[in-house]
Design a protein. Structure first.
Length: 438
């Protein structure tokens, strides 16, 4: 499918890319926080943990009323009749009768959890296709069929429902699942998987992305993905989103190769590729402390643009190479959450401060995970002041500063998913408890 057949807003253009077939470039200036494009899901399915807690049609989690069960299978839940009718017409009519026997079948039960999700998504996709009056004329379906297949051919899993698709058709559908489907989240908690063909067709991956996907849930409609600009994007710039968490500093390259079939050449990967061998972090507490202090100092001095954005390793202190080992970040976040949980707030704040520095180094500006972490740091500082001395100005100021930064970062991403709760609401609640900055 050429870019002229795709229905694109005037602000976006599909161009050729040296390794990835195509890339999506901007024809305009997007300011941070602006919506680049809004795309409906072709189909979506809920994670097992969300079944019965979210509506199977619109994927919302209603706060005010219990969900109602499908009286046919008793395994699908809906907000109301409007959601149920919408889902019945677009998908469930083809699955309702067989769903329970399918889920209980030994073939389905023998699948791993992620394979079960793919099997359900493939079933939902086939059911949706079977119910479309003219699937060949449907732009979302033709966009899906134009997607690049993944690097390895995998036998499609068993499906629910007996629609007339040939083995070759099923293989062709399934070959596009691994490298094109999305995990959907509400307030950054994953609740399901979805197919958003136009998003898959447009956006390549970068570990230093200038955009990110969030999800909008509306009663009796499919979930929508909104792609949001994380920073100012200029005309002619490629728009990229992260396919996985850029903090997976070592494992990400393997996933790109095996699941997506490419080698990432972004500035972050260029930087990591140029620093040589990355040593294990030291085990000794004093050594770790000195490295953490050096990291915090380096990030304070580096200004707005990190070495992960320039891709240049000159001037990066050899002493800090070990912070680029994935285990450094894993251990730090574990220490931060465990200590916060156990009420050891001073220990948590120390780990949290180093983690903030590391996030600022490896993530692009305004990356939502930095904001989410800063909110946790602010909560920890507040809890510490409540535990020790509620009039402690230094702790109050620490909490306020972390909260102000968290708010500015998370406002760029904006709210997503369920309309109630969420980090921006938590920021407002905590802000009401704190005194103004001194
Ligand atoms: C979701 S599609 C992205 C759109 C794709 N470029 C196209 O023309 O349809 C994912 C596939 O695009 C390619 N791709 C995405 N990001 C890439 C990158 N940074 N470098 C090289 N190839 C990439 C890989 O083949 C990957 O499996």
């Amino acid at each position: 499918m050429s870019s002229s057949v795709l229905e694109l807003p005037e602000t976006l253009r599909l161009e050729s890319h040296p390794f990835a077939r195509n890339q999506c470039t901007s024809t305009t200036t997007f300011s941070p926080g602006s919506t680049i494009i809004s795309i409906p899901a072709l189909v979506s399915v809920l994670l097992p943990a969300s079944k019965g807690h979210r509506c199977d049609a619109c994927n919302r989690r209603p706060s005010d009323q219990p969900l109602k069960r499908c009286t046919g299978c008793a395994s699908y839940w809906y907000c109301d009749a409007a959601c149920q009718i919408f889902h019945w017409k677009t998908e469930h009519r083809k699955m309702c009768k067989d769903y329970n026997a399918y889920c209980a079948s030994p073939r389905f039960q023998s699948l791993q959890e992620h394979e079960k999700m793919d099997a359900l998504l493939l079933s939902a996709f086939c059911a949706h296709m079977a119910l479309l009056l003219e699937p060949d004329e449907n732009p979302s379906v033709s966009t899906f069929l134009s997607l690049l297949p993944g690097p390895t051919e995998i036998e499609p899993p068993p499906r629910c429902g007996g629609y007339a698709f040939s083995a070759d058709q099923l293989k062709s559908f399934y070959s596009r699942f691994g490298n094109n489907n999305f995990s959907m989240h509400s307030h950054f908690n994953v609740f399901g998987h979805g197919i958003f063909p136009l998003a898959s067709r447009l956006f390549n991956h970068s570990c230093m992305p200038n955009a990110a996907a969030k999800y909008v849930l509306t009663s009796s409609q499919s979930v929508r993905m909104e792609v949001v600009a994380l920073r100012k994007i200029m005309p002619g710039e490629e728009i990229c989103v992260p396919y996985l968490d850029p903090a997976l500093l070592q494992t990400r390259a393997q996933v790109f190769e095996l699941t997506y079939g490419f080698t990432c050449k972004c500035t972050s990967c260029t930087f990591l590729g140029s620093v040589g061998r990355i040593p294990n972090p030291p085990k000794d507490g004093l050594e770790l402390k000195s490295i953490s202090t050096a990291l915090e100092h380096f990030v304070r001095e580096m200004g707005e643009v990190s070495v992960f954005q320039t891709g240049r390793s000159e001037g990066f202190p050899p002493q800090l190479l070990c912070v680029l080992h994935e285990t450094f970040l894993c251990d730090l976040s574990e220490r931060f959450s465990a200590a916060s949980h156990e009420g050891l707030y001073d220990v948590a704040l120390e780990a949290g401060t180093t983690l903030t520095a590391l996030y600022r180094l490896i993530y692009p500006p305004n990356y939502p995970q930095i904001g989410m972490h800063l909110l946790e740091v602010a909560k920890t500082a507040w809890n510490y002041s409540v535990q020790t001395d509620p009039t402690d100005k230094a702790l109050n100021n620490l909490a306020q500063e972390a909260l102000t930064l968290a708010r500015s970062i998370l406002t760029v991403f904006g709210s997503e998913g369920d309309e109630y709760d969420g980090p921006l609401v938590e920021i407002q609640t905590l802000s009401n408890l704190l005194s103004p900055l001194d």
